[in-house]
Design a protein around this ligand. Structure first.
Ligand SMILES: NC(=O)C1=CN([C@@H]2O[C@H](COP(=O)(O)OP(=O)(O)OC[C@H]3O[C@@H](n4cnc5c(N)ncnc54)[C@H](O)[C@@H]3O)[C@@H](O)[C@H]2O)C=CC1
Ligand SMILES: O=C(O)[C@@H]1CCC=N1
Length: 261
């Protein structure tokens, strides 16, 4: 697989694949700005000539697609699947830039790929059943792949792709609030992160939905209920999170429109 642009996101994917035991000679990276990439994988400054790849993974910023796609035509043949993590870049846009490719695939992961703990939303055009199975197996190394209808992709991007940033804000806010209320900063941050890690692991492993888990923490008339009352008053948290996802979803849709023009 040729990884074109290896920054935060595709760097995390590469880390995840290598940690899962995929051989490093399965990957080649083209990126102008990094001195090294995970696992000592082959690193090139320019797109190689005279080579074909079964997969080409696009990992640069979405607005660069029109400039970079022409440079990739030589490495993209009829047996190549072009995979893209580019936010707001539709299958039709990918197809327009890579008409000869066997398939074009949208992939929406997040940085937890490095730990094999990312959701990975998938949508494709051109794969047969065996190709879909192979793709799913490849993404399984990074976490939890899921096929998604493309008309839901903007919302899925906001939830699965951007989501970690929203959670990090919440962790930060917990720590900052605890500092304001009297805890030392280091301790507040450590407690907030450890608590979040355990709570997320429990939610992932439990057959109870998160709402039920919250009720299991909250003793009637006790400490937690008093705090939940603040979050629940006039659905304060639900409204804030809805506004957050809506804004991110709408930006993804806007980027898709820009890429169409
Ligand atoms: N950061 C995240 O959590 C997520 C990012 N994405 C998508 O991943 C893509 C990359 O985002 P990040 O990794 O955050 O950005 P980044 O800025 O960390 O990485 C971009 C990479 O593109 C490379 N690049 C620049 N010009 C290039 C060229 N001409 N040819 C090849 N490579 C070139 C840069 O050297 C850099 O390594 C974006 O399209 C974004 O929408 C998707 C899901 C989550
Ligand atoms: O912020 C962005 O545009 C990308 C898409 C999802 C996460 N990062």
């Amino acid at each position: 697989m040729l990884i074109v642009g290896c920054g935060n996101m595709t760097g995390a994917m590469l880390e995840g694949w290598l940690a899962a035991g995929l051989p490093r000679d399965k990957f080649t990276v083209v990126t102008p700005s990094r001195a090294s990439v995970p696992g000592d994988v082959e690193l090139l400054r320019d797109v190689p000539e005279g080579r074909h790849f079964d997969g080409v993974l696009l990992g640069f910023k979405p607005h660069m697609l029109a400039d970079i796609a022409p440079t990739l035509q030589g490495v993209t043949g009829e047996a190549t699947a072009v995979l893209s993590v580019l936010a707001g870049t539709e299958l039709a846009s990918l197809r327009r830039h890579f008409p000869q490719a066997e398939a074009v695939v949208r992939v929406m992961p997040n940085l937890a790929c490095a730990l094999g703990k990312s959701p990975v939303a998938l949508a494709e055009d051109g794969l047969d059943d065996a190709g879909r199975e192979d793709l799913f197996a490849l993404m399984r190394h990074l976490g939890t792949p899921e096929w998604v209808a493309e008309d839901r992709y903007d919302l899925v991007t906001a939830l699965a792709g951007s989501g970690p940033a929203f959670i990090y804000r919440f962790i930060d806010a917990l720590g900052a609030a605890a500092v304001r209320l009297g805890l030392p900063e280091d301790q507040a941050r450590a407690l907030a992160i450890a608590m979040t890690e355990g709570a997320a692991a429990l939610a992932a492993g439990s057959y109870h939905p998160p709402g039920k888990l919250a009720d299991m923490v909250a003793s009637p008339g006790g400490v937690t209920r008093r705090g939940l009352d603040v979050l629940d008053e006039e659905e304060a948290l639900t409204r804030l999170v809805s506004d957050t996802l809506r804004a991110a979803r709408d930006r993804s849709a806007e980027m898709a429109r820009e890429a169409r023009d």
